[in-house]
Design a protein around this ligand. Structure first.
Ligand SMILES: NC(=O)C1=CN([C@@H]2O[C@H](COP(=O)(O)OP(=O)(O)OC[C@H]3O[C@@H](n4cnc5c(N)ncnc54)[C@H](OP(=O)(O)O)[C@@H]3O)[C@@H](O)[C@H]2O)C=CC1
Ligand SMILES: O=C(O)[C@@H]1CCC=N1
Length: 293
């Protein structure tokens, strides 16, 4: 890889072709920062999924071992997108095909850089990230940490890649778990809140269609208000909350049901589970080598 390589020139191989890999790929292609002909996706066995990805995005996709090996050996950037439970076997298979000139990017929750280095036993630079699924529409929020081997060119490449699908927050690695609790899992809390708001609206007598539309516009409008006015969410909330009015009654109800505490617990449980998943990935000193991916 030369110092001047850009994302559109780089060959990017995704190991794992699930929802997170697709979210990133879709953003890269839609924003035209990456060339679909330079994107290589691979999974374990799901041929239908690969056929869909090929036809939808015009990229290369395969689960054939020899083809995957060729993809990996040629790649400038390898993005690891499998579930934590699959890391051990996937890394053992990957290890013989990687080399020190490549950049490795992991989106795997909880997997530390140090453990990835021990598993791979290849001294290549590693970028640990925690994106979220809103990357699909270019509105992702990605946290990112670098191993000491990542040079400035690779840092810029990784940042550019995830900025193509949203915002990037560079953070100390030991903060990535709590970041997982906030923004990695975060979209699920927002959807859960929306589900609850729709359900309550319907229970109160709204049609399902109206409850959905009103909920969507409310969440969208509130998020845009924070972004556009740059006001603190607490200040914006105060503006909705007339003294002794309807909103005050609802906020008091949320407080009685410990809303703030519930959200904090959600964040900390996500962080703890991410850490636990990372710790559960075993490092065997006799990793099988020479097998195909
Ligand atoms: N979903 C999310 O919101 C977020 C997920 N992440 C992280 O992203 C990672 C992937 O999650 P997600 O996309 O949701 O998972 P999915 O289950 O959607 O996709 C996992 C993919 O990994 C493939 N895979 C498994 N083992 C191997 C292997 N040995 N070689 C090649 N491919 C393999 C699977 O292939 P096959 O189908 O053929 O088995 C599948 O394509 C996780 O580590 C997660 O922590 C991070 C941030 C947010
Ligand atoms: O639920 C998970 O484990 C992954 C990490 C953050 C979002 N999804």
């Amino acid at each position: 890889m030369t110092l001047s390589i850009t994302l559109s020139q780089a060959k990017i191989a995704f190991v794992g072709a699930g929802s997170m890999a697709e979210a990133i790929v879709r953003g890269l292609i839609q924003t035209e920062v990456a060339n679909p002909q330079h994107i290589y996706m691979m999974n374990r066995a799901n041929q239908d999924r690969l056929a869909f990805l090929r036809s939808e995005y015009g990229l290369h996709a395969s689960c054939d071992p020899a083809t995957k090996e060729a993809y990996l050996r040629e790649a400038d950037v390898v993005v690891l997108c499998m579930k934590p439970k699959d890391v051990e076997s996937a890394f053992a298979e990957l290890q013989p095909m990687l080399h020190e000139k490549q950049l490795l990017i992991s989106v795997i929750a909880g997997l530390s850089i140090e453990k990835a280095e021990r598993l791979l036993q290849v001294g290549l630079p590693i970028v640990r990230t925690m994106p979220n699924t809103s990357s699909t529409i270019g509105l992702g929020a990605t946290g990112m940490s670098f191993s000491s081997k990542v040079n400035d060119t690779f840092k810029q490449l990784a940042i550019q890649m995830f900025e193509a699908v949203g915002t990037v927050t560079i953070i100390e690695e030991d903060k990535l778990e709590v970041l997982t609790g906030v923004s990695g899992s975060g979209p699920a809390y927002v959807y859960y809140f929306m589900e609850a708001l729709i359900k309550a609206g319907i229970e109160g007598g709204l049609t399902e269609e109206d409850a959905r539309q009103l909920t969507l516009q409310t969440v969208l409008g509130a998020a845009h208000m924070v972004k556009i006015t740059k006001e603190d969410p607490a200040e914006l909330r105060r503006k909705v909350t007339s003294p002794n009015g309807a909103t005050q009654a609802s906020i008091e109800a949320l407080d009685r049901f410990k809303f703030t505490e519930a959200v904090a617990q959600a964040v900390f449980h996500s962080a703890a589970r991410a850490k636990e998943m990372g710790e559960q990935i075993a490092v065997s000193t006799s990793s099988p080598v020479g097998k195909s991916v």
